[in-house]
Design a protein around this ligand. Structure first.
Ligand SMILES: [Zn+2]
Length: 188
């Protein structure tokens, strides 16, 4: 389910009061994002709590918080680098961005790799309690990507198909590559 459908169905709870359901409340300022170097415009949804009336802006799950490139572009770069060992320069060319930008993605992902592994491992087992333990590969970013893959496959089986990196953005509240100390939402 996309952000818009989930919002209309009343699936989002207000983070300010923790009680009310969020309802659509117009749109926030347009956000410029990049899709392999091409500019795309996004109109983030603004919503308001039915109970305390605080307004929030919902990040569309095609993007990560404070990253200009689409989640899918960043996700494919992570897979190419850590799974397939593609060089940084080649990854940057494919993604249509500067080599320093992909270096930033890799560094942020590697820094949070252990937390990402734990969060997606928990999510995978919550979606499918019969799942076998995920075998470690001995390299933190690879273990994190493995956990993401297993959780995404479990989500597809239980909830139906969704684009991989939109699922990842939605499951982490957009925080996958965030450098803040804000923890990822934990699924238990
Ligand atoms: Zn509220």
């Amino acid at each position: 389910m996309g952000v818009e459908a989930a919002l209309r169905a009343g699936h989002y709870r207000c983070s300010a009061c923790g009680r009310g359901r969020l309802r659509p409340w117009g749109f926030a300022r347009r956000r410029r994002l990049r899709d392999r170097g091409r500019e795309v415009l996004l109109r983030p949804r603004r919503c308001r709590c039915a109970s305390c009336h605080v307004t929030h802006v919902l990040l569309s799950n095609v993007a990560f918080l404070r990253r200009r490139d689409l989640a899918e572009v960043i996700g494919e770069a992570l897979l190419a680098r850590f799974m397939d060992g593609v060089s940084r320069a080649a990854v940057a060319r494919r993604a249509g961005v500067h080599a320093d930008t992909v270096r930033g993605w890799f560094r942020s992902f590697a820094r949070r790799a252990e937390e990402i592994r734990v969060v997606f491992g928990a999510l995978a087992h919550r979606l499918d309690p019969m799942l076998a333990p995920i075998a470690p590969r001995g390299f933190a970013p690879l273990d994190a990507l493995e956990a993401i893959g297993v959780a995404a496959a479990a989500a597809r089986r239980q909830l139906g198909p969704a684009p991989l990196w939109s699922f990842v953005s939605g499951a982490t509240g957009g925080l996958l590559l965030s450098n803040t100390s804000c923890p990822l939402p934990l699924w238990r």
